[in-house]
Write a protein that binds this ligand. Structure first.
Ligand code: BMA
Length: 332
């Protein structure tokens, strides 16, 4: 079926689908992979991003400390499963040509990491008189440079495309408010230089009938390039009588014009079912911020925050996701 366009990753962390399991995404059987207190100061470690790095793995992790201040930390792993996270948060220096005021810090959370051309770009929800999208980059996960915020407040979930679209950098995001945001649609923007963002386009919004995605939707991991278009894993939120429930599903975006939705799933592919997803600081949250992919096998390993407390890992393939989306389609 569809092919992932990208690199082979023979050392992708992986477990085969359990026999007889009929759902499209399955959990690592030793979840959660990152406990809430992996570093001495942390209350919780979740909604974090990992990438292949120098034959191994690196990442940027959301660690809320025991004062419940949100910040992002670099981490490293030989196998993508056992992680060492720095005990001090990332300290950004202003990128060359940027005013030092860009590094002003209030809070930082829900990072994404995206390799584009020659470096790892990092985007996160950045406190700037309200949440917006912070942008930085690193070559080595040791020195980090910060650029201008991409947008005015209020915005969350800035997710870059891994290559330029129509000659421009491209990003998905979800405009929001200062609070817990009772709405949320997905938008697309382009930039020639990673500073000035425009050409804003609407991608898709909530569903009137598909309950799990009826309150808000937002981009999750970096979209996965396939020969059929951009495979996008996104979170959807239900407003239940006990509060928000976060699940995730998939859509396929047009390859050349990614603001055009080609297909979208009606059923979620993954949601809170295990105790560490149902119970924690914020119950009933599964929130994906990263995948690893292997173009040779079509394997996809998903990293997700569980109950805003710990980090889990789950597995799927490009075929599993596309065939499930096509079995249970949502209108576009
Ligand atoms: C969102 C963000 C996420 C969090 C989610 C559920 O607004 O704060 O980091 O996982 O709410 O609490």
């Amino acid at each position: 079926m569809a092919k992932i366009i990208g690199n082979a990753l023979p050392n992708i962390p992986w477990q085969d689908k359990p026999q007889g399991y009929d759902k499209p995404v399955w959990r690592y059987d030793h979840n959660p992979i990152i406990p809430r207190d992996l570093i001495p100061t942390s209350n919780s470690i979740f909604n974090s991003a990992v990438v292949p790095f120098e034959g191994k793995f690196a990442g940027v992790f959301r660690c809320d400390n025991r004062s419940v201040e949100m910040d992002i930390f670099a981490g490293f792993s030989d196998d993508g499963i056992n992680w060492k996270i720095n005990h001090e948060p990332i300290e950004f220096q202003p990128a060359p040509g940027c005013d030092p005021c860009v590094t002003r810090k209030e809070y930082r959370y829900d990072p994404r990491v995206c390799w584009i051309e020659d470096r790892y770009y990092i985007t996160w929800c950045n406190g700037f008189h309200g949440p917006t999208i912070g942008v930085g980059y690193t070559y080595d996960f040791k020195t980090f440079y910060q650029m201008e915020n991409a947008y005015l407040p209020y915005n969350r979930n800035g997710v870059m495309f891994p290559k330029k679209i129509n000659g421009n950098f491209a990003m998905l995001s979800r405009p929001s408010d200062t609070g817990h945001t009772p709405f949320g649609d997905i938008f697309y923007s382009e930039s020639p230089d990673m500073t000035y963002w425009g050409k804003h386009r609407y991608v898709f919004g909530t569903s009137s009938h598909s309950g799990w995605q009826s309150k808000k939707v937002g981009p999750g991991p970096i979209p996965i390039e396939t020969d059929e278009g951009w495979l996008m894993i996104y979170h959807g939120v239900l407003n239940s009588c006990n509060g928000f429930v976060y699940r995730f599903g998939v859509a396929l975006l047009d390859h050349e014009k990614p603001w055009i939705v080609k297909e979208r799933g009606n059923f979620y592919v993954f949601g809170p079912e295990e105790s560490y997803e149902l119970t924690g600081d914020v119950p009933n949250v599964t929130f994906p911020c990263a995948t690893l992919t292997d173009a040779d096998t079509g394997r996809i390993t998903i990293y997700y925050g569980a109950a805003d407390t710990v980090t889990g890992m789950a597995f799927t393939t490009v075929d599993e996701l596309l065939s499930y989306m096509r079995k249970y389609p949502h209108e576009v």
